[in-house]
Design a protein around this ligand. Structure first.
Ligand SMILES: [Zn+2]
Length: 301
């Protein structure tokens, strides 16, 4: 009986997936796991978005919980080696599932989970996008755990005497559920997917003008660090890549729309080839042009 148990435990560990996560110090008492500039698949198993831990003094504040239960568990295990603190809160920057499926782990250790009120409308699905694309081993133990504390406009948290602003963008930008987290005492802001680096941003669920407006507001803030949802550039210039891409895209589409060009012709003309070698260009640039064309056409009706 005992040997059977040992064998079962052995097979169980064999079936787990090791993400080999390494926390990187970014300053401002913060460590992040930076995801790969790749589409989620059975090799990276969803390790393609960022998850950050801020040492607030007596607990960690976690920004985005990652793609799976096992990812979150392994991320926290590594952090405990740096400083063994509990996790007080997890904040989900938006509803895309690479940023919150790790909630299922944090719930088991008693962390409180905060997210946009848009989560209230989010249905539990039979199979998540993540579940369809990554290995079953890596997804094991992951469940759809939504936040239980909601942000409509702005919530303020106090942890160890420090103020944390959790601010809703309040209009469609990357999604209609974007939050950013601002800690003035540490001069750091976590923007979720309002900021992408090292890969072309996705307008699939977004609004190009609203997104540009949100980035312009962030540009005015008094911060030293801007940490996005994808990519490991964390200084103030980290939003330039996304901002420049969106501004150029908008300008080009508007000018062609003024000339009366239809969507097919605009998609063929707005190539922005300087981004050709950037990951995701091939996969999503055309769709971005299409999505932006429709939003801008609608705005100018
Ligand atoms: Zn996203």
């Amino acid at each position: 009986m005992k040997s059977l148990l040992i064998l079962l435990v052995y097979f169980h560990t064999l079936l787990a997936f090791n993400y080999s996560l390494e926390p990187k110090s970014v300053g401002a008492a913060t460590h992040c796991y930076f995801g790969l500039p790749e589409v989620m698949d059975k090799h990276n198993n969803g390790n393609m978005s960022n998850s950050c831990f801020v040492n607030m003094g007596t607990s960690y504040l976690v920004i985005d919980s990652g793609p799976t239960y096992q990812y979150a568990q392994q991320a926290y295990t590594q952090m405990k080696k740096i400083k063994n603190l509990p996790v007080s809160y997890v904040i989900n920057t938006h509803i895309h599932d690479d940023h919150w499926l790790g909630n299922s782990y944090y719930k088991t250790i008693g962390a409180k989970i905060i997210g946009s009120s848009a989560f209230k409308e989010l249905p539990q699905v039979t199979l998540t996008r993540m579940q369809k694309r990554i290995s079953q081993e890596a997804y094991k133990k992951t469940t759809q755990e939504f936040p239980t504390i909601f942000v409509d406009d702005e919530n303020i948290l106090y942890l160890d005497g420090k103020k944390i602003y959790i601010q809703s963008v309040n209009h469609k930008a990357h999604t209609d559920s974007d939050l950013f987290v601002y800690i003035p005492s540490k001069k750091i802001i976590f923007t979720g997917d309002l900021v992408f680096n090292e890969r072309v941003p996705s307008l699939r669920d977004g609004d190009i003008s609203g997104w540009i407006d949100a980035l312009e507001a962030i540009k005015l803030m008094d911060v030293d660090y801007i940490v996005g949802g994808h990519g490991d550039i964390i200084r103030k210039n980290s939003l330039d890549f996304t901002y420049n891409y969106l501004v150029e895209l908008k300008k080009k589409i508007l000018s062609l729309q003024e000339d009366g060009e239809d969507i097919g012709s605009v998609v063929n003309q707005v190539k922005m080839l300087q981004y050709k070698k950037i990951p995701f260009y091939k996969a999503i640039h055309r769709q971005n042009v299409e999505a932006a064309y429709r939003t801008l056409e609608w705005e100018n009706e």
